[in-house]
Design a protein around this ligand. Sequence first.
Ligand SMILES: Nc1ncnc2c1ncn2[C@@H]1O[C@H](COP(=O)(O)OP(=O)(O)OP(=O)(O)O)[C@@H](O)[C@H]1O
Length: 589
Amino acid sequence: MYKKRASAKRPFQLSLPKPYVRVKDLGSGRFGAVYQAKHTVTGELFAIKILNFNNDPGYQKNDREINKLRNFQHSNVVRLVEVQEEHLAHFLVLELCACSLAHQMRESSSKGANLDRSTIFRYMCDILEGLAFLHRNKQAFGDLKPSNILISKDGVAKLGDFGGVTSVGTGKTNTSTELGTYQYWAPEFFTRSTTQPSLKGDMWSFGMILLEMVTRPGWITGSGEPGFAQSVCGFDVSTATRYLSEPLQRLLASLLNPNPKERCSSSELIQSGQTISSSFKQELQRPSSKHSLPPNKMFKLMTDTLDYGDQASQRLPVLEDIVRKVIFMIAHGITDLHKAGFLHRFLVPANVCFRCDGESATVRALVSNFSRACPIADRQSFPLRSEGLPIKTYLYMAPEVLDGLEYGESIDAWSLGCIAMELLYGHPPFESVDIDELRKEVPSIPTFIDDLAAPAAGLTDDCISFLSRVLDLNQMSRLSFSNNALLSHRWFAGLSPSNCDLTWDDFQTLAPSDIPQPQTTVFDSLSEEHEQSTVQHHEAIPAEADQGPNEESSIYLDLLGNRSEVYAGRIAGESQSIQKTAQQLVDSI
Ligand SMILES: Nc1ncnc2c1ncn2[C@@H]1O[C@H](COP(=O)(O)OP(=O)(O)OP(=O)(O)O)[C@@H](O)[C@H]1O
């Protein structure tokens, strides 16, 4: 992000002072190169950072870095062994660390995972200890970011690169390059209400690093200072942390408080002692991705399998194509349903089943549970918003339904969009606890889509375009199923009913290692039943217990193949009208 200083030439040509010999390059920063070096007498390995002082400003900075490192040694600060001065350069002999935190985060992200929670917890405690030590000594670290945190060979996180460490309260105004890195800058640096590295500024950076580790990197993006200013000043911590445990949400909210006066300090965090540990304890106790495989919960299996939640950005590129196919299959079924003159009106994950066909283990998505389906032409006489149902029933409902307004054909498209979001993000877009809260949350859907549109999420433009078209708050402009409009969206380019199969292998590529093998026999028996009769009772796929009074009515629509074969489950619900609707549906297709 910073322009390299024209005059800060890297002294690659310099040989190392005796008794050290260069082993390999470790990298280079803005102000110098770092090498792995061997002590020729003891054989011990070190990192040697070369700071050349050809240029005055750099020299002052070198001096500061060396002095600070000399004076502030701690188990969570990289150890300075000695400093040598030769060839117009300072050679800082440092303990050799295994890598930087930035490197570790990149490594785990390339494997599609975050660092595990207990490692994050340890690192956070280490960093906090190091910061608190500096802060007690009235020093601000100034440039806290993952690449300036080094991980020792025995796994301890240490503060490295003391070039930004500054005594607080000197009244001196720092240049922007001395205030750290934009992604980790606190808002007060952008507004210039603070012009020198500060303890509270460090706490913001600490919070941002913690957030990135437990969720994903890339919350703050931009181009140049104005771009980053907008991203940081408009940053909403509650959105970014909404899927974390409550204590961790509270901790991050207190670190990423835009008002530095209200932001917690390192000593407060340490004094309150248990804050971090209890936050993480809860986080560590959250259910892991262990799954049993009840026969009718295929969608749940998929969402659970993909319940990477915090690791969304790492897995998204891999899974987008799978989600695209699943959504296409559902969309195809709903399109057929609409063509037959019916709205589904109850498109929620629990009403999407997966059927695993035969030996090829081809997985197909099926829409089920037509208990709330109604004729499109007569839809307004079928009121939808009955009170008292579990909130889960409403989370996928279009805003106009929640608002009790007249609704059109595109309500199913909204629900489909919510399901797509859930598959892509690992969670439904809304997790409100009641309808009133949900109604307040729904208008924020464009922000949620923006999150997914961030480059860090790695989704294609076509996918984002699809989401914003089906999750359009305005039902008039929302993409709908009529005239095959939704199926013709460019996100589905190249897909057809005969060319959208998924196999268990596709799922397995995404699955954490503890996902059990699929029990395809459940589906084999389902297929046999299906062959024997098109209308029968499917004990194997009971409807979700919490889906209102109509759970006994289940009709399973085979989405694939335009024939839209319907095989009805038991139509023995208490409500005659539901039976009638279901029967109408069966008759009409
Ligand atoms: N003690 C060390 N042990 C092992 N690697 C180190 C050590 N110190 C620095 N490095 C590595 O050397 C590289 C350069 O580090 P340096 O601190 O000079 O720059 P930076 O922090 O990456 O960038 P900038 O100066 O722009 O902030 C980094 O990849 C860092 O991980």
